[in-house]
Design a protein around this ligand. Structure first.
Ligand code: SAH
Length: 394
C-alpha cells in the first residue's frame, strides 16, 4: 500500500521546523496515495525527510499537524494527548477545585490537537470537531477521554453539525457517544449554571470568561451593572454574588434571556436586583439613561475573516463609544473582543478612538485574555483570540 503522503516544495518546511501546526496548500508540491479529506497523511520535505504527520483537509490550510515525531496516529496517540491535556488542567488547579466542575479539557492547537474542542460540564464532556479529521477519529478520542477521566465522566455529547466544513460529505449528526441521562447543571467557582449543550451556542457555555467574571465580581459591590451580550448571564451572576445593587442583563436572543433568568433564579431565588431584557444592543444603548457605573460589553465575534476586519473595528468603536459616553463618572467598563483576526493592538485602537469620540478621560486598569485552560501554543500565536480591557472612566 502506498503511504498517504504530502511532499512539500523546496524550503517550505521552515515554519514546520518552528512547530507551526498548519500547512498551507501553496506549500505543497505533490500529494501521493490519494488521501481523502480527514485522512492522516505523512508530510515530507522536498528531499523526502519526515517532518510531520497530520489530518488532510480541503481549503487553504491543507494539513493540520498532529505530531512532529514519526509516530503512528493510533489509540495510544489519542490517549497520550488527552492525558497531557488533562494533566495541564490538574497541575494548574482548574480541574481539581471542589467548587469548579466547568472547564475546557482540550483547546485545539493550544493542546496540540488542531480542530478539537472538549469542554467539561460536571460529569458530561461536550466534544466539538472543527475538522473532518477530528470527526473521523471521534470514537478513538471519546475512548481516550473515558479512559483518562474514568468515573468522573458519565456522558460524552458530540456536537459538530455547525463547526464542520459544510461541504464535507459526512454524517454530522449531533448526539451522545456515551451515556445520555445527563444533569445539565454545572458549577463554576461555586456558582451554578444550566448548560444547554443540545440547543445552546458553542458547546453550551462560554468557559473562556471564567477568570474575567471572577475579576468583575471584585468590582461589583454597590454598583449598578449592565451586562450587555449576556448569553447565559455569567457576568450577571458573579456580580450578584459580589454585591451589586442593580444587575441588568441584555441579549438579542430570547433563549439567552430565558437561560439568564433561570441561572439567576438557580443561584439567588427571588432576588429582585436582577432584570433581563431581550433587545438589540445598539437599540438598548441608545435608549438607556446614564444610570450604570459598571458595564460589560462581550459581543459575538464581529469579524470571522480577515476581509471583514475593517467593518468589525468600526463596530467595536461604535459600541464602545456609546458605553463610554453614557457610563457614570467613576464608572468601570469591561470590554471584550473574541474575534481571532482582530489583534490586541487593533482592538485597543478601536477602544481608544471610542474614548476620544466620547471625550472622556479613560484609563486602563487591566488587560485581559483567555484563561489557562485555553492555552496558546507559543508556536501558534493565532490561538490567542480573547482580548479584554477594564477601563476606568472619570
Ligand atoms: N458574555 C457571555 C457570552 C456572550 S456571547 C458569557 O459570558 O457567557 C455573545 C452574545 O451576544 C450571544 O448570546 C448573542 O445572542 C448576543 N448577540 C448577538 N448580537 C446581538 C445584538 N445585536 N444585540 C444584543 N445581543 C446580541
Amino acid at each position: 500500500m502506498i503511504e498517504k503522503a504530502v511532499i512539500l516544495k523546496k524550503g517550505k518546511e521552515e515554519s514546520l521546523q518552528r512547530f507551526h501546526p498548519w500547512i498551507f496548500s501553496g506549500a505543497i508540491q505533490r500529494i501521493e496515495g490519494k488521501p481523502e479529506e480527514g485522512d492522516v497523511v505523512t508530510v515530507f520535505t522536498n528531499d523526502r525527510k519526515f517532518i510531520a504527520r497530520g489530518h488532510v483537509q480541503v481549503g487553504s490550510i491543507a494539513v493540520r499537524v498532529l505530531t512532529f515525531k514519526d509516530e503512528p496516529i493510533d489509540r495510544q496517540f489519542w490517549e497520550r494527548r488527552i492525558a497531557t491535556a488533562y494533566d495541564l488542567r490538574e497541575r494548574t488547579g482548574i480541574s481539581s477545585r471542589e467548587d469548579n466542575t466547568t472547564y475546557r479539557l482540550v483547546h485545539g492547537e493550544g493542546d496540540n490537537l488542531p480542530g478539537l474542542i472538549i469542554d467539561i460540564y460536571g460529569d458530561t464532556a461536550v466534544m466539538q470537531a472543527h475538522s473532518v479529521g477530528m470527526h473521523v477519529n471521534r470514537m478513538d478520542i471519546a475512548e481516550a477521554v473515558k479512559k483518562c477521566l474514568g468515573d468522573k465522566i458519565k456522558n460524552i455529547y458530540y456536537k459538530s453539525d455547525t463547526t464542520l466544513p459544510y461541504k464535507a460529505d459526512i454524517n454530522k449528526d449531533n448526539g451522545y457517544i456515551m451515556g445520555g441521562n445527563a444533569s445539565n447543571i454545572s458549577t463554576e467557582y461555586g456558582l451554578k449554571f444550566h448548560i444547554d449543550w443540545l440547543r445552546g451556542q458553542k458547546t453550551g457555555f462560554f468557559v473562556d470568561q471564567r477568570e474575567n467574571r471572577a475579576l468583575l465580581e471584585k468590582y461589583a459591590k454597590g454598583r449598578k451593572l449592565l451586562n450587555m451580550f449576556c448569553y447565559t448571564g455569567g457576568f450577571s451572576i458573579y456580580a450578584m454574588r459580589g454585591g451589586a445593587e442593580i444587575v441588568h442583563s441584555v441579549d438579542s436572543s430570547s433563549k439567552a434571556i430565558d437561560l439568564t433568568n433561570a441561572n439567576a433564579e438557580l443561584n439567588f431565588p427571588g432576588d429582585t436586583r436582577h432584570t433581563a431584557y431581550a433587545e438589540d444592543a445598539f437599540d438598548y444603548l441608545d435608549r438607556m439613561g446614564n444610570n450604570y457605573n459598571l458595564i460589560i460589553l462581550d459581543p459575538p465575534a464581529f469579524a470571522k475573516h480577515r476581509d471583514s476586519l475593517r467593518n468589525a473595528l468600526i463596530g467595536y468603536r461604535r459600541l464602545n463609544a456609546k458605553a463610554i459616553e453614557k457610563i457614570q463618572p467613576g464608572g468601570i467598563l469591561f470590554t471584550f473582543s473574541c474575534s481571532q483576526v482582530v489583534s490586541k493592538e487593533n482592538f485597543r485602537t478601536a477602544v481608544f478612538t471610542a474614548a476620544a469620540m466620547a471625550k472622556r478621560n479613560v484609563r486602563i486598569l487591566h488587560q485581559l485574555t483567555q484563561p489557562a485552560d485555553h492555552p496558546v501554543s507559543i508556536y501558534h500565536p493565532e490561538g490567542e483570540y480573547l482580548k479584554g480591557l477594564v477601563l476606568y472612566v472619570e
